[in-house]
Design a protein around this ligand. Structure first.
Ligand code: XMP
Length: 317
C-alpha cells in the first residue's frame, strides 16, 4: 500500500534520472499542488528548478509577499514578478466573466513566456497537475488551471514547446497534502483553501479596478482571518467574499449612505463538483458583518450566500 515516503523516494529518483542536468521552469500559484510539485523537483535537481510566481494584482491581501517569503524559506529558487499593472490594463472595461478569464489567461502566458525566455537553455515545463485534473482536462474551469486551460489562446507560446513534467499526475488531493506534509511544507500552504486562477477578478461582478480590488481584499481579509481565529477555517472547503455592483441605502450617524453590498460565501465540499453552503454560526456571521461595515469604506451591507451547488456554482462568475 501507498506511503508518502515511498512515493517521495521513488519520484525523486525518477525525476533525477529523467531531468539529469536540465533546467526546468515551473509557475507557482501559492496553492498546494504547484508547491508540492516544486518541492519534489527541488529535491531532485535543486537550483536547476526555476520557479516563477506572478503577482496578477488579483490575489488576497498581502498574499504575494507572504507566499513568496514562505517559498524562499523552503529553499526554492523563486522569482516573484510584479505584473499587477499589466493585468489591470488588460482587464479595464471588461465585464463579461469569460472575457475576464481570457484576458487574465492571456496576460499570464505573456508574462510567463517572457520570464521563461530569460532562463538560458531551459528544457522542461513542470506542472502541478493532479489526477482529477487529468480526468477533467477538457474543462476550462479546472481548479489548478493556471497554464494548461489557457493554451488554446492564440498561437502556442514558446514555453509550451518545452517538454512537460508532471510529478503529481497520479495523485489525489489528499495524497498531495500527505506528500507535502512529509516534505515539511508550511501548513499555511498545505491547508489553504482552493483559490481560482483568475482570483478576485471573478469575485468582483462587473469591471475590475484597483480600487475595487482593494475594497474586496479588505473584506476578504476580515472574513478569512475571523474564520481562522474561530477555528472554522479547516471546517470549510472554500470561503471568500464577493463585491457586488449593487448599492443600497444605509445610515451612518445622521447621514444616509449609498454604498456597495458584499456577499460572503463559504461552502463544504469534497471536490468542488458539488457543494453545500456552510452553516456558519449566527454569532460569527454577526461579528464578521459588523467588522466589515465598520472598517471597510464603501461597504454598508453584508449578505450571506445560502445557495448550494448545483444549481448555483461556488463562484458567482
Ligand atoms: P464553480 O464556481 O465552478 O467552482 O463551482 C468550482 C471550483 O473551481 C474554482 N474555479 C476556478 N479555478 N480558474 C480556476 O483555476 C477558474 O476560472 C475557475 N472558476 C472557478 C472555484 O474557485 C472552485 O474551487
Amino acid at each position: 500500500d501507498w506511503t508518502s515516503e515511498q512515493f517521495i523516494d521513488a519520484t525523486v529518483a525518477e525525476l533525477k534520472e529523467q531531468l539529469g542536468n536540465d533546467k526546468v521552469v515551473l509557475g507557482l500559484s501559492g496553492g498546494v499542488d504547484s508547491s508540492v510539485a516544486a518541492m519534489l523537483i527541488h529535491h531532485a535537481i535543486g537550483k536547476n528548478l526555476y520557479c516563477i510566481f506572478v503577482d496578477n494584482g488579483l490575489l488576497r491581501k498581502d498574499e504575494f509577499q507572504t507566499v513568496l517569503d514562505s517559498y524562499q524559506h523552503m529553499g526554492l529558487n523563486v522569482k516573484g514578478v510584479d505584473a499587477k499593472d499589466r493585468f489591470y490594463t488588460a482587464l479595464a472595461g471588461l465585464t463579461d466573466p469569460e472575457q475576464k478569464r481570457k484576458a487574465i489567461g492571456r496576460v499570464f502566458i505573456e508574462v510567463f513566456d517572457e520570464e521563461a525566455h530569460q532562463i538560458e537553455d531551459v528544457k522542461w515545463l513542470a506542472q502541478g497537475t493532479i489526477y482529477p485534473d487529468v480526468i477533467e482536462s477538457m474543462s476550462v474551469k479546472g481548479p489548478s488551471a493556471t497554464i494548461k486551460s489557457h493554451h488554446n489562446v492564440g498561437g502556442l507560446p514558446d514555453f509550451m514547446k518545452l517538454k512537460v513534467v508532471e510529478p503529481l499526475k497520479a495523485l489525489f488531493k489528499d495524497e498531495v497534502r500527505l506528500v507535502g506534509r512529509a516534505m515539511h511544507i508550511d501548513e499555511t500552504i498545505l491547508g489553504r483553501h482552493p483559490f481560482p486562477g483568475p482570483g478576485l477578478a471573478i469575485r468582483i461582478l462587473g469591471d475590475i479596478t484597483p480600487e475595487k480590488v482593494n475594497v474586496l481584499q479588505q473584506v476578504d481579509h476580515i472574513f478569512i482571518s475571523n474564520l481562522k481565529k474561530s477555528g472554522l477555517y479547516d471546517e470549510v472547503w472554500q470561503a471568500g467574499a464577493i463585491l457586488t455592483p449593487v448599492q443600497s441605502v444605509g445610515v451612518m450617524g445622521d447621514e444616509r449612505t449609498y454604498e456597495n453590498v458584499v456577499a460572503l460565501r463559504a461552502v463544504t465540499s469534497i471536490d468542488g463538483m458539488t457543494a453545500d453552503w456552510s452553516r456558519l454560526p449566527y454569532e460569527f456571521l454577526a461579528d464578521v458583518s459588523n467588522e466589515i461595515i465598520n472598517k471597510v469604506k464603501g461597504v454598508n451591507r453584508v449578505v450571506y450566500d445560502i445557495s448550494s451547488k448545483p444549481p448555483a456554482t461556488i463562484e458567482w462568475e
